[in-house]
Design a protein around this ligand. Sequence first.
Ligand SMILES: [Zn+2]
Length: 382
Amino acid sequence: MLTYTRDHIQMLLDQPRGMGMVVSCYANTSVVEGFESHWLQPLKAEASKIRQHLAEDPRALEEFERDLVAIRNALGSQAARQARGMAVFSAAARGFFLAVPSDSPFEDRLVVDEEPYVVPLLEAYIRERGYLVVVADTHRARVYASDAGGSRLIDELEEAVPSKTRAAGERWGKQQATIDRHRKDHILHFHKELAQRLDQAWDEAAYQGIVLLGEREVLEHFRGLLVDRLSRRVVHEAPFAWTEAQAEIDATVRGVIETARASGDKRVLDELSRRLHEACAVAAGPQEVIEALRNGQVSELILGPDPGAIASRCTNCDSLFAFERDTCPFCSAPCRRGNLWQQILDLALGHGVWVNLVRGSPELERHSGVAALLARNEAQWA
Ligand SMILES: [Zn+2]
């Protein structure tokens, strides 16, 4: 389960700029070689590169050394030894410090900039959200919050549904129809209740998808009752005989999560190809995507690995450009530079847009690694 929240990330994204440097550090704390942590050598090497870069500016250099001490202390802490990865942000000059332990290792990196470099933490946050897993039949259901580490029961419900009985005697036909209808009503009521509870559970934590386990017919019926925003998030359905045995559920869910992760990338990339081909409801390339995000048109963002590209933001009118520029073409005010991926992710989060992180897609590469699926139900004269 995630050890940090959206609030931590927002706090980092909201750090004011123009107040001197922020040192961002990512470390893999899971591997120890001999008596030394794995992160020590790579970070030492990065630190000396940064020292060379700051050699002309003794005050910046001094500030950097202070940040580095704070970061090394955090990486050597008990919390870091228990975590597999650590993200540490330090800006000694403004009294800002944040250490975030993570369940998964980060690639070792040290970044000095005017703003915290949040992209790897955001990516981990998006990738490591768990799944809502529903095990259901006609009258019983259990809802789990699941991730690669296991499944935790968060809700269960049961309803007395009349069993499939056979009417006897002369009035067989009519009576049987009544019994069947009665039973169907109960199942419908039960599945509606379950759909409602799932709707609540979805909002209580950050999940990346829904997995449905049960008999095929039951799942089909139930899925039809889900509100649209949830039914679009069903990433996997699989036949599953009712059980409450935790070990069996854990094992199944682990396998299903692997499959769901792989098929999730494919689903969204297929959809992207289709829309690019039709030239319909799609934005491709950084600047188009920025405009679409700002206009509230995006339903899903598709983002490849961070190329480290630079964006510029106008300090006056807040226009955002997907490239380097010194002054704003609209109001002539100076622009400030920042990481392009971070700016796009910040916009997406702010607009509550669904983010898909995908690896290695030639189609996406043709558009500089970023595209967006647009909502189709726009008003014609918006
Ligand atoms: Zn401007």
